[in-house]
Ligand binder design. Structure first.
Ligand code: SF4
Ligand code: SF4
Ligand code: SF4
Length: 296
């Protein structure tokens, strides 16, 4: 729960885990009290939606932590852990959302939030639609809600309203004046689904699109699409498998992006597909490692 300031070794910054950045009003009083009593009177919101209390003298750290713990605040560890999971409001308040980002985010936090023994840090971000407000493609694991479209040309009355709606140019008129749907250009945003009065464009299904291997830092990389999963349960299971493959086969201080670079995407997929249930259990419950060692 602490980081020592490089400028003053007598002061620390307390960083608090704030799953999805959701804070309830009753939690604020204690932050105010700790910041005023032990810190320098400020709170700092980080890019991953954690809250920091800077300027806490080392000698008061324990008291400050005890006060925060009593109010239910958890520390957000630095190092090779699953960092604070970020999700946009999704269906909670955004009209563009295709999936329940808050539901999956809180579930992932409860399952993965305690993992602090990974090869390197793991950042997870969830966006309810392809607008990607939480930057899922520059996280180690990103989830994006998408709506896949099916076009029924025989039902099309060529009113053109969908063409105006599609910002990707995936719907256009050909030289014969017929509407064409270009699957390659379509990014599954779902915007056109509300435009068609004739049911010529219908939703084939809503999916959680999973990306792996994105990162920021000195050499940013975009995540690669790992697949579309129709239910929250299925995408969560895939994320657990991905983290288990990374945990067992990633090198120390190697981000998922660099592991994929080292082994190739096809080999990474194979590792994820073939990871044994026992290896997932050990990741989720590190105490099993000790039991396995004791029994071997
Ligand atoms: S990513 Fe999409 S659903 Fe989420 S806040 Fe942005 S626009 Fe809304
Ligand atoms: S889903 Fe989006 S990108 Fe695809 S055709 Fe419709 S509007 Fe265009
Ligand atoms: S909105 Fe529907 S009917 Fe109109 S051009 Fe598009 S697909 Fe055809």
């Amino acid at each position: 729960m602490r980081s020592v300031s490089a400028r003053d070794p007598n002061l620390v910054t307390i960083r608090l885990r704030v799953p999805l950045g959701i804070v309830y009003p009753e939690q604020l009083d204690i932050l105010r009290e700790v910041a005023l009593r032990y810190g320098d009177g400020r709170l700092h919101l980080t890019t991953r939606k954690t809250i920091e209390i800077p300027g806490v003298p080392v000698k008061f750290l324990e008291q400050a932590q005890a006060l925060l713990s009593r109010a239910g605040w958890d520390g957000s560890a630095y190092g090779n852990n699953v960092r604070n999971i970020v999700a946009c409001p999704g269906r909670y308040s955004c009209a563009n959302a295709q999936v329940d980002t808050q539901g999956i985010g809180l579930e992932l936090d409860s399952i993965l939030g305690h993992l602090d023994h990974m090869p390197a840090k793991v950042k997870i971000a969830i966006s309810g639609c392809v607008n990607g407000c939480t930057h899922p493609l520059i996280n180690d694991v990103g989830v994006v809600g998408v709506s896949r479209v099916i076009f029924y040309p025989e039902k099309c009355k060529m009113c053109r309203s969908c063409i105006k709606q599609c910002r990707e140019g995936a719907l256009y008129l050909n030289s014969l004046g017929s509407v064409v749907y270009d699957r390659e250009k379509c990014i599954d945003c779902g915007d056109c689904l509300h435009a068609c009065p004739n049911e010529a464009l219908l939703c084939e299904g809503v999916y959680y699109r999973l990306y792996v291997g994105g990162k920021m830092g000195r050499s940013p990389m975009l995540g690669q699409c790992f697949g579309d999963f129709p239910t929250q349960g299925e995408v969560i299971e895939q994320i657990q498998r991905i983290l288990a493959a990374y945990y067992w086969y990633g090198n120390h201080e190697e981000r998922i992006a660099h592991m994929i670079e080292r082994v190739s995407m096809s080999s990474f997929r194979k590792l994820v597909a073939e990871i044994e249930p026992e290896k997932i259990d050990v990741l989720m419950h590190p105490e099993f490692t000790i039991e396995l060692q004791a029994n071997s």
